[in-house]
Design a protein around this ligand. Structure first.
Ligand code: BTN
Length: 266
């Protein structure tokens, strides 16, 4: 698989030489953090065929069966204050839309902040994690992406079948995982080059891809309280601007946002 992926990566992407491939691993993000703490360089890419402990946002698990998805993490060392990386998840989401468009022939949308969707179903999720050094700068950032590639509807449990999709379901044909993985690496490499220098342009691209904008949403906070409103914007740090029922507008950074009409939210 590793050689197949390499064969699809163009010469101009130096990250092709730092790909680590695992048949099975607990979590590429967890392993990447361990390698980064041990000094692994910027641009180290971890790819697994299977994860036994894949992790998602909000402490959730991320189902990572063998043979049908791509589970990838990249170690970045941007050497900047963490406040300059508030848009990292958004930048990675745009990069993943680019990668899917280039390799699978269609462009997914983004459900704020970190889900890639098509036809109302989740195709992929992104988990970014930062480590801050004693100096207050980012020691390393991990960008982790899990993409459902070749699942058929019956491959998903009944519980998630109405909400989950795959690239091949969306494209209506089989997709080549090595080709998708190569496009993901190239796209993340390009994102990294623009991350700190073209933030406004990246965020404009995020807004263009984001399917949450203009939709009715519900926000569940950590304390379990629920509020309803409309998503009216996204600021340059990636926060969702929500107009709530009482007319108040707030920037939302955390919590679970459901979009009416998606993932079974009626
Ligand atoms: C989410 O949907 O909440 C984010 C899911 C992120 C999953 C990817 S798979 C590769 C990397 N390793 C992990 O354990 N998580 C991320």
């Amino acid at each position: 698989m590793k050689e197949q992926i390499r064969a699809y990566i163009t010469e101009s992407c130096p990250w092709q030489d730092s790909v680590l491939y695992f048949d099975s691993i607990d979590s590429t993000n967890t392993h990447a953090k361990m390698l980064a703490a041990g000094g692994a360089p910027h641009g180290t890419v971890l790819i697994a065929d299977h994860q036994t402990g894949g992790r998602g946002r909000l402490g959730r698990s991320f189902l990572s069966p063998a043979g049908c998805g791509i589970y990838m993490s990249v170690i970045l060392r941007p050497n900047c204050p963490p406040v300059q990386l508030m848009h990292l998840t958004c930048a990675a989401a745009v990069a993943m839309c680019d990668a899917v468009e280039a390799s699978a022939g269609f462009r997914p949308g983004i459900k704020w902040t970190n889900d890639m969707v098509y036809g109302g179903k989740k195709l992929a999720g992104i988990l970014t994690e930062l480590s801050i050094s004693a100096s207050g700068l980012v020691d390393y950032a991990i960008v982790g992406v899990g993409i459902n590639c070749s699942q058929r509807p019956q491959d998903f449990s009944e519980e998630i079948r109405s909400m989950a999709g795959s690239l091949s379901m969306a494209a209506g044909r089989t997709v080549e995982r090595p080709r998708i993985a190569a496009a993901m690496i190239e796209s993340l490499y390009r994102m990294d080059r623009e991350l700190l220098t073209a933030k406004a342009a990246l965020m404009d691209r995020y807004r263009a891809d984001c399917v949450t904008l203009g939709r009715d949403i519900s926000l569940v906070k950590a304390d379990g309280s629920v509020r309803y409103g409309t998503a009216v914007g996204i600021d340059d740090e990636g926060a969702l601007l929500v107009r709530f029922g009482d007319g108040a507008e707030e920037a939302v950074n955390s919590g679970e946002v459901s979009v009416r009409g998606m993932y079974g939210y009626a």
